[in-house]
Design a protein around this ligand. Structure first.
Ligand SMILES: NC(=O)c1ccc[n+]([C@@H]2O[C@H](COP(=O)([O-])OP(=O)(O)OC[C@H]3O[C@@H](n4cnc5c(N)ncnc54)[C@H](OP(=O)(O)O)[C@@H]3O)[C@@H](O)[C@H]2O)c1
Length: 262
């Protein structure tokens, strides 16, 4: 993958940092995006030393629509786009500020679509592109109280990935939605659900490296929906194929264990 360049959002932690290391280990130059400039700078230094590729840092708030053109300008030509930055808002919708929910929609829906739209012409012109939109197993749930926009936002990424794949796969641009279950990252500390998540059965958890390795190889084979881990594959297959009336009660009871009231 020498001479390929990967743009990775949310690269300062968790799944994004793992994508950055994995891309660099394959020989890609990487452009790392998040808000924490200092953390990104340390990771960029580590990556350059370990893999001999170029790693650049782009500090941006991806909830801010005004920032996105600047990210695209600084990134230059992109062969691999990992739309990964994200979080969730655990409390009930009524107990949150609209500004927070709006920012969530920006980072989950608008920013990934805008970045993909920005890098796509170059990918098509070169006849090569890889786009991974990091969704969630929650994209296939029937929703529950709390994390109100999360399943809808993540299912947008699944449908967007499928439609875009239908448009561009034959021209060498492979688009995937990655839908992990529980992954050991900073995600739960960031949204204050660490205590609840500690109750989740150990065998449900994956490391970011496991998730990224499967995502990278299956995206390269053109898979549109990537559900990493056997336990997640079984759970999502059941959710996708059983009538929702059968699964809804169980999904809601499980999901609501991870709500935090603000
Ligand atoms: N962990 C899980 O169990 C799990 C399961 C399914 C799906 N996911 C999805 O996986 C993706 C990555 O999450 P993670 O688990 O790796 O969590 P994480 O360790 O908390 O990483 C989240 C990343 O997003 C960045 N980010 C958050 N808000 C941002 C903003 N306003 N502007 C720019 N960057 C921002 C953070 O960087 P800064 O704070 O430096 O800005 C960080 O790099 C998310 O989309 C999440 O929904 C996670």
């Amino acid at each position: 993958m020498a001479n390929k360049r990967a743009l990775i959002t949310g690269a300062s932690s968790g799944i994004g940092a793992s994508f950055a290391r994995h891309a660099a280990a394959q020989g890609c130059d990487v452009a790392l995006v998040a808000r924490r400039n200092d953390v990104l700078a340390v990771l960029a230094g580590e990556i350059e030393k370990a893999h001999g590729v170029r790693a650049s840092v782009i500090s941006a708030d991806l909830c801010s629509p005004e920032a996105i053109d600047g990210v695209l300008d600084q990134a230059g030509p992109v062969d691999i786009l990992i739309n990964n930055a994200g979080y969730s808002i655990p409390p009930l919708f009524e107990k949150t500020q609209w500004s927070a929910q709006r920012a969530f929609l920006e980072i989950t829906v608008m920013t990934p679509a805008r970045l993909a739209h920005g890098v796509l012409p170059g990918m098509l012109a070169r006849g090569y592109g890889r786009i991974i939109n990091v969704a969630s197993a929650a994209a296939f749930s029937s929703g529950a109280a709390g994390h109100t926009l999360y399943p809808g936002g993540k299912s947008f990424l699944v449908k967007f990935s499928q439609s875009l794949s239908a448009e561009v796969k034959a021209r060498g641009v492979f688009v995937s939605a990655l839908s992990p279950g529980f992954v050991q990252t900073g995600f739960h500390a960031a949204n204050g659900t660490q205590a609840q998540m500690a109750q989740a059965p150990r065998h449900f958890w994956q490391s970011p490296e496991q998730v990224v390795e499967e995502a990278w190889s299956r995206n390269a084979k053109g898979h549109e929906i990537i559900v990493p881990g056997l336990h997640n594959k079984i759970a999502i297959a059941l959710l996708r194929h059983l009538p929702e009336a059968w699964t809804q009660g169980m999904v809601r009871a499980q999901a609501e264990k991870y709500r935090v009231d603000g």
